[in-house]
Ligand binder design. Sequence first.
Ligand code: UD1
Length: 439
Amino acid sequence: MEYFKINGGNKLNGSIRLHGAKNSVLPLLAASLLIKGESVIHNCPRLSDVDNTVKILRHLGAEVRREGSTLIVNTACVNKYDIPEVLMREMRSSIIFLGALLSVMKKARLSVPGGCEIGLRPIDLHIKGLRDLGYVIEFKDGNICASGENKGSNDIYLSYPSVGATENLILASVFLKGKTRIINAAREPEICDLCDYLTGAGAKVYGAGSTVIEIEGVNSLHETEHTVIPDRILASTLMCATAVTGGNVRLEGVKLGDLSPVLSAFCETGCKLYAGDRTLTVKAPKRIRSIKSIKTGPYPDFPTDSQAMFSAMLTVANGVSVINETVFENRFRHIRELERFGAEVTIHDRCAVIRGVKTLCGAKASCTDLRGGAAVVIAALAANGVSEINNIYHIDRGYECFETQLSRLGAAVTRIKDEKEKQGNKKTYTESERRVQSA
Ligand code: UD1
């Protein structure tokens, strides 16, 4: 089992380029099924979630090859419509293939995704929306079996602007006759990225980024080339890491508008922010101030995906901060891990009250989930002394070579692979170090 050894206290300094957004790449790869021939997608980070999505595409018959950070998907030989449980269970977001397969193969069979570390994660809105579009969906032996042929379009109302359901419904509507409207659609930047990709391939999708998305059916999509938007959640992670170490870091390749929900909260910490041409520089004070109140919600509210990293940052702020998590019911599991470093937090249902302490102490802690893992790393960067962070496979789902990125900024983070290396006997290169060296 790999783990991170972190010697805390180093100030982060320097520049770093953001990689492509994990939450965009996965739906884009699923959407490539709708495109006849080759799709070229630039700025695809090397993440285990991306690898798993590629495995699904290959299982379905697509050819996928990587050239640096570009993925090239050729769908000419796609001939399957089922996704086995072993591939589905790796990633809950693979439910996005349901809409894509219905569009292309007119049927789909995939196993029902379960809950995960952050909550129950039901898919009722996906199913209801697809049924409203006229697709037939049944549950058999733990599988979702769906079919539909030449169904007409419709108006679909989402009772909550679910990101995944919006993406599934867009994908399922691209080839439907007439106009489909998704009302109360999610407005996240990743939805806009998906719609840009589809329109670049000839789809007629209007209104992305607003609460009503309209799709006019077309007969086919053509080959296209697209660049994935920068990862706004990685940006907020690096901002929090800079803030807790009193650092000075310039983020490159930033889409400032996508960060606005985070920036308005972050300003309260007393960090200085300087915006440039697709850059954002964060200059942290010696000790940051608390943030009175953060409430997560659908975009443009504060992103639930940034909540864990903000809560880690606020454990060392001067004053009391309150975080209200409204999106997922079980997204404070990392708090117990932060307490190992000496953080003072009380949780009341979906509300965390964080009393900032002056210093954290190095500790042995675990990643509870992807963003919870990033939060624990942030605590370790802030702490005095050495920390050991386990279950880092969660982090590899969403951060490309996280330890290398942080080390370039001056952090003392090492990925340790085996017992020998733990004892400092021999330097062996990890998979992620090898990737960086060969990039
Ligand atoms: C969520 C985030 C998204 C983030 C992604 C990856 C929100 C609104 N969504 O998207 O920004 O990029 O995680 O971590 O912040 N729900 C239902 N029934 C459904 C679908 C969802 O009740 O069929 C509920 C969920 O339980 C949750 C809420 O709706 O409470 C938001 O879910 P949704 O937006 O679908 O989640 P993701 O697509 O995973």
